[in-house]
Write a protein that binds this ligand. Structure first.
Ligand code: ZN
Ligand code: ZN
Length: 208
């Protein structure tokens, strides 16, 4: 894990430097020369950059408290940031998992099992889970709303999935068959069909 100091270390040459434009986002490199080399980041440097950008936006507290995301949040309160150019945006709590524990296995989701607080990125509050587990968790916590009706229609199967899953389905639809996605994510095929026909979750857009 990286410790943020007032003086930053240049990601390229490793020399300490002070951000010359106070008020602006702290830079990752010390000079124009190093900034130029940044374009040819190795995979390791890309991960390093990802970590730094993540911790810049985290209000890091004790291990028992919520670490809130200070950057942009969506309507549901989930933060997001750019992972790499190739991988695109990632949700902040998922980023936290990746940084602290490693890659998220295919088809699994990251649950806020301890705090149920969407902007929280404290790795101790996160748990790897399945959709079924998450739904049970929501039921247990009494959070699952009975009539998402106004927005999605009371018959909408998609009222039963989380935004995480919806996003995953939208992404998978680019190159996988609906029926296969339904099986992989263990959701009803009608959920996937509805999303495919843009009947539901059309308010979610993938940043590309
Ligand atoms: Zn440098
Ligand atoms: Zn929390």
């Amino acid at each position: 894990m990286i410790k943020m100091k007032p003086k930053s270390e240049c990601l390229i040459c490793k020399n300490p430097f002070i951000n010359k434009n106070p008020g602006r986002r702290p830079g990752l490199t010390c000079s124009i020369i190093c900034e130029g080399k940044k374009r040819r980041f190795t995979d390791e440097q890309k991960e390093e950059s990802f970590k730094r950008r993540f911790f810049e936006k985290i209000d890091k507290k004790s291990i028992n408290e919520c670490w809130l995301w200070k950057g942009f949040r969506n309507k549901k309160g989930y933060g997001s940031l750019m992972h790499t150019k190739e991988n695109g945006q990632v949700q902040a709590h998922r980023a936290s998992w990746m940084i602290h524990y490693g890659e998220i296995p295919n088809g699994l989701i990251i649950m806020h099992s301890v705090c149920d607080n969407p902007p929280c990125c404290n790795p101790n509050h996160l748990q790897l889970g399945t959709i079924a587990l998450n739904q049970q968790d929501m039921v247990n916590k009494g959070r699952q709303k009975k009539g998402n009706a106004g927005i999605f229609g009371s018959n909408s199967y998609s009222a039963k999935i989380t935004e995480d899953i919806a996003l995953k389905i939208i992404e998978s639809l680019k190159n996988e068959k609906a029926i296969r996605i339904a099986k992989e994510l263990n959701v009803s095929k009608y959920i996937v069909y509805d999303i495919k026909r843009k009947k539901t979750w059309k308010h979610i857009k993938l940043e590309s």
